[in-house]
Design a protein around this ligand. Structure first.
Ligand code: KG4
Length: 340
């Protein structure tokens, strides 16, 4: 008999539902919320309301695309956290209600573990490679920057993480301050392709161990742009491609320095990336390049699995389902990883 898992993701500003059958993806529907665009960041209350509007049609569509009925589902995997509490409540409550209606179990998933396991989502029409255990994952998103050692689908250890801003936050905040739009990562990525990455230099942090810091480089960029704009109000407009290219290169250098150190310390040469920032073309190119140079096996997630999606939640839930894990119905969502 097949194992069919419905995944539900609602941790931030994307409502997503996916169906997997024995680890193979049948559907992955994502409704991205446009309401936040005017605010330059996600507005939690608006996100919760949009999830409420989206969740029923998104789940229905995921089932239709999978060619299945709700009664075919064996278990519902949902994101318990970390994320925005109101948003998580919508997905969690929906998962609970559907599980009661269908008499199937729910399985809670840590959102970050979904990103870490994104390479394991199998697709019928595309052969894909998954890393061998143990592997290292550079997890980079709007809320996290971590190096994680993954020992098996359930067990992992955070080897290093940001002590202040996440790298995605650095992209987003700097883009906003430079008037380039939101979310900043894709905008800076696009402009960076047109600029000279060596033209400007920004301060790099000196943090011991495998931890990261991105607030210094962010401040360094913002002061630099402010000072130059005082001299020439057109400075930003004239040089935005070079500024973005140099800034992006600095962020990638910071990420790679610690990743290289982590490989050296652990001796693990299976390396993946995950999270929204893993869509960055500069980072993808660089990790592939370093991998070739250093004899790593690198695995890049497909673009559709880099940002928030329910396919990764479904696959993380599937592994737990196979281990016999079930989550009681009185579970509550958690906004912080520490409360998981
Ligand atoms: O994992 P994710 O979808 O969600 C949260 O962390 O909530 O990551 C979103 C982050 C944002 O900071 C966004 O700017 C960044 O991923 N991002 C990128 C790119 N695409 C998305 N950053 C750099 N380059 C990109 N191409």
């Amino acid at each position: 008999m097949s194992d069919i898992i419905l995944g539900i993701e609602s941790s931030c500003d994307d409502t997503s539902a996916a169906v997997i059958k024995d680890g193979y993806l049948l559907s992955n529907v994502i409704a991205s919320q446009q309401v936040h665009k005017d605010y330059g960041g996600v507005v939690p209350e608006l996100a919760s309301r949009a999830h409420e509007q989206n969740i029923v049609p998104v789940v229905s569509q995921a089932l239709v695309k999978a060619g299945l009925e709700a009664s075919d589902i064996n278990a519902i995997a949902f994101t318990r956290g970390p994320g925005l509490l109101g948003s998580l409540l919508v997905g969690t409550s929906f998962a609970k209600a559907l599980s009661v209606a269908l008499d199937v179990p729910i399985i809670m998933v840590n959102h970050l573990q979904g990103h870490i396991l994104a390479n394991f989502v199998k697709q019928y029409d595309k052969p894909s490679a998954a890393p061998k255990f143990p592997y290292l994952c550079l997890l980079v998103s709007g809320g996290n920057s971590q190096i994680v050692r993954v020992d098996d689908p359930i067990h992992y250890e955070i080897l290093g993480q940001t002590i202040d801003d996440a790298v995605g936050e650095a992209f987003d905040k700097c883009s906003k301050m430079m008037g380039l739009g939101y979310p900043g990562g894709p905008v800076i990525d696009r402009l960076a392709k047109l600029g000279d990455p060596e033209k400007y230099k920004f301060a790099k942090p000196h943090i011991p161990g495998l931890d990261y810091s991105f607030s210094g480089v962010k401040t360094s960029l913002l002061y630099f742009v402010r000072d130059e704009m005082e001299k020439d109000p057109e400075f930003m407009e004239k040089n935005k491609e070079d500024i973005c290219a140099s800034f992006q290169k600095t962020l990638i250098d910071i990420l790679m320095d610690k990743l290289i150190k982590a490989v050296r310390q652990t001796g693990i040469k299976e390396v993946t990336i995950g999270g929204g920032v893993s869509a960055n073309s500069g980072l993808r190119g660089r990790i592939t390049e370093e991998g070739q140079k250093r004899g790593w096996n690198t695995y890049l997630p497909e673009f559709k699995f880099t940002t928030d999606n329910a396919a990764m939640i479904a696959i993380a839930g599937y592994f737990r389902y196979l281990k016999g894990e079930r989550t009681p119905l009185d579970v509550a969502p958690v906004s912080r990883i520490a409360d998981f």
